[in-house]
Design a protein around this ligand. Structure first.
Ligand code: ZN
Length: 379
């Protein structure tokens, strides 16, 4: 069984709006490489390029996917939001929320991006691939049903979860968000639900500034099914692995998911321009292994990575490639050219001891409630 890789060239053509010489971007006019926003195509495109050069594509099932359908979209987003987005996109682009500018065709490209996540999840659940990676762009984890924000125009992962459940492919789905920013959109969409466990490990007080608190645990029957792990700036390799091992894994063990989706951002990477964490390509590889072990224990290895943020044009490709090596077992490698440098730019032992203590305190709070009973057929 292989690893599926879902991508679409047009996802690299989404833009916050710029021009190629004096030609408005859209249709067959591709955006210029550098836009004004950190969310630009090069981080993702260069991952795709690196895959071509190492040849790892030969060890993956390279797949495209149809755009998210209206039925898919309406499970999460209200019709007026979608129609306004579509009209504005056709008219040349604009801004519907906070830091989510889009150009002509932005709506169609966002639907393609969501479609990659939807199809990746569906293929894994149907067993046509063992696990999968969706190179979605624009990203999705900040997007609320009617309010896009933080570069996210459609709620890619939430759309994939809803589509899978609507088709009867899975019941209990866990979303582990290791993008450095809080997964506020995914959290809100499933805040009242006990069939979707949402976990976000993020830099405290980054974006959004006012969400992602450890006390936000869900509501009603969803209480206990939302977990926030806000980490202080400067957490590195050791701290991230510790958070995954001591909080994320036990929470997954308690929930017993039928599928694990990772909101796979690389902006906790050491070179990211808009965050302040110190993860390395090796960190992302080992976290992938941790998620594979959890998926193996609970759901026959069913694991889907959906690409979110990550804004270091130079470093993201190596982090992404490392994840793909782990997922697929491929021996075609893209060794981290900065490995020696990043290994020595980590917090010292004293700082690691502090962060281990903090994570231990958070684990005690987050895992202290009586475990949610598994459904009868999985007890
Ligand atoms: Zn992010």
């Amino acid at each position: 069984m292989s690893t599926g890789f879902y991508w679409d060239e047009r996802c690299f053509w989404h833009t916050g709006g710029n021009y190629a010489l004096t030609m408005p971007v859209g249709g067959l006019v591709q955006p210029m490489a550098a836009g004004g926003l950190p969310e630009h195509p090069e981080t993702k495109r260069r991952l795709r390029n690196l895959m071509e050069v190492t040849g790892i594509t030969a060890d993956l099932e390279m797949r495209h996917a149809p755009a998210a359908s209206d039925d898919d979209l309406l499970r999460v987003h209200p019709a007026p939001y979608l129609s306004t987005f579509k009209e504005m996109s056709e008219a040349g682009g604009g801004e519907l929320g906070l830091r989510t500018p889009f150009a002509k065709d932005g709506y169609e490209i966002a639907r393609l991006s969501a479609g990659l996540a939807i199809r990746a999840v569906e293929d894994v659940l149907r067993g046509s691939v063992a696990n999968a990676y969706a190179l979605s762009r624009p990203p999705g984890h900040h997007c609320l049903p009617d309010w896009p924000n933080g570069f996210c125009l459609l709620a890619n992962i939430a759309l994939a979860v809803e589509a899978a459940q609507a088709k009867g492919l899975a019941g209990r789905i866990a979303v582990v968000d290791w993008d450095v920013h809080h997964g506020n959109g995914t959290e809100q969409i499933f805040y009242d639900r006990d069939d979707v466990l949402t976990i976000s490990v993020h830099q405290e007080y980054n974006y959004p500034l006012d969400t992602g608190d450890i006390t936000d645990r869900g509501r009603g029957k969803g209480l206990g099914f939302n977990i926030n792990v806000p980490l202080p700036p400067g957490v590195g390799h050791v701290g991230y692995l510790e958070a995954m091992e001591r909080i994320v894994r036990p929470a997954l063990d308690r929930f017993q998911p039928e599928l694990i989706i990772v909101a796979c951002g690389f902006d906790a990477g050491i070179f990211d321009p808009i965050a302040r964490m110190l993860c390395t390509a090796q960190t992302f590889g080992l976290m992938t292994r941790q998620m594979m072990d959890a998926a193996e224990a609970h759901c026959d290895g069913k694991l889907v990575m959906v690409h979110e943020g990550g804004y270091s044009e130079a470093y993201v490709p190596f982090c992404g490639h490392r994840v793909l090596e782990e997922l697929s077992g491929s021996d075609r490698r893209a060794p981290d050219p900065m490995a020696a440098t990043v290994a020595t730019r980590q917090p010292n032992a004293q700082a690691d001891t502090f962060i281990r203590g903090l994570i231990g305190e958070m684990a005690a709070v987050l895992l202290s409630d009586p475990p949610a009973a598994p459904p009868p057929d999985r007890a």
